[in-house]
Each structure stands twice: as structure tokens, then as C-alpha cells.
Design a protein around this ligand. Structure first.
Ligand code: HEC
Length: 156
């Protein structure tokens, strides 16, 4: 039973990655920068102790903070300061004035932008709103107006 579960998790992770990579003309993150949740699954690991793992169509992380760490930090870095290491350019979200209008990060997460895949396609409306609200109220950003799941749904 346990084995079947691990195999299934590995297979769905591969599919989730394929979805990410096929989301458009995007550059895959260098291996050392890939989102950690996907990384651990790609190697066939079982879900982590905190219960976070990726399913076929959706990330299971419950909070904006966990979503950030699992999905965004691999590219934007844990401190959200971004990086230009290697061939990639991953902009800082820390102290980012482009986050002032909530509709912009909402659209980027849902539809991707240049080198960023549309990771919001694998999240629920609640998760999209949660992670957008998280980056807009952390890392030196203090935008208090919250995005709602309804707004995330409408922006899909
Ligand atoms: C595979 C790497 C990758 C992942 C994962 C990723 N991003 Fe990005 N992100 C990028 C890149 C590259 C850009 C720059 C796009 C461009 O050229 O404008 C970007 C741009 C952005 C921007 C626009 C910043 C600005 O000032 O214009 C926001 C907001 C953003 N990302 C939020 C997120 C959030 C939130 C997550 C997690 C839910 C996330 N990103 C996950 C690579 C990634």
C-alpha cells in the first residue's frame, strides 16, 4: 500500500512537472533552483512530514507561507531577493513596488510572465489569493488590501 502510494506520488509529480514545463515558452529553473516540493517528489520521495506534496493538478500546501516556500522560493529565493545566478533572472519580490496593485501579482501567478510558469494553474482560488497576499505583506511589502479567492477566480 505504502509502495503504491510512493509510486503514485512520483508519477503525479512527473506529470505536474510536465504541466509546468509545457505551460508555455518558459525556461525551466536550474536544478538547484527548482521548487523544493517538486524536487523531492521527482526523486520519488514520500510526502514530507508537514504533509506538503504535489498532486496531479494541484499543490496541497494550505497557507500562503508554505506555498511561497514550496512553489516560489526555488526561483525567487527564500528571502524573496531573487537571483541572477546562472543563466536565469529571477526578480526580487522583496520591497517590490510592482506588488502595490494586487491585480498584477495575481495575473503573474495565474498566467505566468516570460520566464515564470503559470504556477497558479495548479492552485485553488484560495491558494492563489493566499500566496499573493503573503508576498504582498512580507519581505518588506506592507500592502494591506487583500486579494480574495473570488478575485483570483475572476482573473483566471
Ligand atoms: C520557475 C521559476 C519561478 C517560479 C516557481 C515562480 N516565479 Fe515568479 N517570476 C519568475 C521569473 C523568471 C519572473 C520574471 C518574469 C519577467 O521577465 O517579467 C517572475 C516574476 C514574478 C513577479 C513579477 C515581479 C515584478 O516585479 O514584476 C511576481 C509578482 C512573481 N513572479 C511572483 C511569484 C509567486 C508568488 C510565485 C509562487 C506562487 C512565483 N513567482 C513562482 C520565476 C518564477
Amino acid at each position: 500500500m505504502k509502495m503504491t502510494h510512493a509510486l503514485l506520488a512520483a508519477a503525479t509529480a512527473t506529470l505536474a512537472l510536465a504541466t509546468l514545463n509545457n505551460a508555455g515558452p518558459v525556461h525551466a529553473a536550474p536544478a538547484h533552483l527548482a521548487p523544493s516540493g517538486l524536487m523531492s517528489l521527482r526523486s520519488g520521495a514520500a510526502p514530507d512530514a508537514d504533509g506538503a506534496f504535489a498532486t496531479l493538478v494541484q499543490f496541497s500546501e494550505p497557507t500562503g507561507e508554505k506555498l511561497y516556500r514550496r512553489v516560489c522560493a526555488g526561483c525567487h529565493m527564500p528571502d524573496a531577493k531573487g537571483t541572477t545566478q546562472g543563466a536565469g533572472f529571477y526578480p526580487a519580490l522583496a520591497g517590490d513596488q510592482n506588488l502595490a496593485a494586487p491585480g498584477y501579482p495575481l495575473m503573474v501567478v495565474l498566467h505566468g510572465r516570460h520566464g515564470m510558469p503559470a504556477v497558479g494553474q495548479m492552485m485553488s482560488d484560495e491558494q492563489v489569493a493566499a500566496v499573493v497576499n503573503y508576498v504582498r505583506t512580507n519581505f518588506g511589502n506592507a500592502y494591506k488590501d487583500k486579494v480574495t479567492p473570488e478575485e483570483a477566480k475572476a482573473a483566471r
